[in-house]
Design a protein around this ligand. Structure first.
Ligand SMILES: [Zn+2]
Length: 453
């Protein structure tokens, strides 16, 4: 496809034409999950956003031209705390949560990244990078801790476009008597008794969180690469710190060319937070919803905008997919999506614009021939929708009902009896009860049938 891709670069805060360093070998690094608790809907957003971007890049540059790296943070304070609470080892906890995370990725229809490195498998490279930073005098050792001295890196704050004072004022900076300056951040710290540790020149300890992404992106994508992504909350301090570490250790002017950040998710217009008790886990949503419904909901807003998660959104997406499945056909060979329909995705991943195009293609498929249906299904597949057969979709819906098929038929009998007895109120009540459970009953030609709402 000849069209260019445009992306909103957080670095410089403007929309820019995407020009890869090497169009045959494009690198994208996205900060992955810290595996201390089951992923929630806020974690799902970057998974889907960067999955769609990965698909768009492959469409433009070729299936094999894109390397997508997404790490797993499997050592961290939160992991240690959670495993202590659960009285299991950190390894046991991270193995379990990583598996749950992978199940969620499959449920949401995400393609696998090219590499998925774990922090604990890269500790020796982290120690090497710390050594380099100490040698170059960007980092210092104090009382078994190694800190990065932020003042030594002149471009610190350029990504978030703030100066050091503003950054410190706007965030909770960890206070420690071991630091020379409050803004310095830890590269290595000693492990307490009973905490996991690695041997290092500075004693038994473990790395600071930010370091792993500098090390693992370098390993798979080199000192300088094309796209670095993550949630907006990672801009400061995580991404600022990654830039500082990588640019100083690698002695170069650029770490990543394009910084792409997705917006937050709110829950019925409230901030999602543990203290609010409104954290919605993906595995909870799985009990009631098909993964495609979540996927459509997550791309219904532009990735940079906040997305409000509420029942109306889920119902709307459920209804849209119910409708779209009317045009489902099994694809022997996927059809190419006409270029003009892909336009919104090339323009800063405008997924709402693409969904509008899917609606147009659906209308056409309802009027037109088999070929139009094939194009419609291919266009849905492009963003990971209509990926199940119609049967799987219907069976999936059945399995997520709170009521068995036998119970539905019994209720229908009960309702028919009530209608014969002219007990219309009771009949309506039964009908509404079924509706609440997602079952719609219809009376045609004296016969009652049911279908999914
Ligand atoms: Zn990171």
């Amino acid at each position: 496809m000849n069209k260019d891709i445009f992306l909103s670069n957080s670095f410089g805060n403007k929309k820019e034409k995407f020009i890869p360093i090497n169009r045959k070998n494009i690198g994208m690094y996205v900060c992955g999950p810290t595996v201390y608790d089951d992923p929630h809907i806020g974690n799902a957003r970057p998974l889907i956003v960067f999955d769609v971007l990965y698909r768009v890049l492959k469409c433009k540059f070729g299936e094999k031209a894109v390397t997508y790296v997404r790490n797993i943070t499997d050592i961290d304070d939160k992991i240690i705390q959670s495993s202590n609470e659960k009285k299991i080892s950190t390894n046991e906890l991270t193995t379990k949560i990583t598996k749950n995370f992978h199940d969620d990725c499959i449920y949401l229809g995400c393609e696998e990244p090219s590499f998925e490195p774990k922090a604990t498998e890269n500790i020796s490279s982290m120690i090497r990078m710390i050594n380099k930073l100490i040698q170059k005098e960007y980092a210092y050792l104090n009382n078994q801790h190694v800190y990065f001295q932020v003042k030594k890196f002149k471009d610190y704050g350029k990504l978030s476009n703030k100066n050091l004072d503003e950054l410190i004022a706007g965030s909770r900076v960890e206070v420690s008597e071991n630091k020379k300056n409050p803004e310095d951040f830890v590269l290595w710290k000693p492990s307490k008794d009973n905490e996991p540790f690695w041997e290092s020149p500075w004693g038994k300890g473990r790395p600071g969180w930010h370091l792993e992404c500098s090390v693992m992106s370098k390993k798979y994508l080199g000192d300088k690469f094309d796209i670095h992504g993550g949630g907006r909350d990672l801009i400061f301090p995580h991404h600022e710190n990654e830039i500082a570490q990588s640019r100083c250790a690698n002695e170069n002017e650029v770490f990543a060319n394009y910084w792409i950040h997705n917006g937050f998710i709110t829950m019925s217009n409230e901030k999602m937070a543990k203290s609010q008790g409104n954290i919605l886990k993906i595995n909870e949503l799985r009990k009631k919803n098909n993964g495609q419904v979540l996927r459509l909901a997550l791309i219904s807003s532009h990735y940079r905008q906040p997305l409000d998660w509420n029942n109306d959104l889920i119902n709307q997406c459920q209804n849209t997919l119910n409708k779209w499945y009317q045009s489902y056909v099994d694809l022997k060979n996927p059809k190419l999506v006409p270029e003009e329909y892909l336009d919104p995705l090339y323009d800063d991943l405008n997924t709402p614009g693409y969904i509008a195009n899917l609606h147009k293609l659906f209308e056409k498929s309802q009027r037109g021939e088999e070929k139009d249906k094939e194009i419609f299904v291919s266009a849905c597949n492009f963003v990971g929708l209509l990926t199940q057969t119609k049967n799987e979709w219907l069976e999936g819906k059945k399995s997520k009902l709170d009521i068995s098929e036998k119970e539905i038929l019994d209720k229908i009998k009960e309702r028919n009896k009530a209608r014969e007895d002219k007990e219309y109120k009771l009949a309506d009540k039964i009908r509404n009860e079924l509706l609440d459970k997602g079952v719609l009953i219809e009376d045609t030609d004296g016969k009652t049938t049911w279908k999914f709402k």
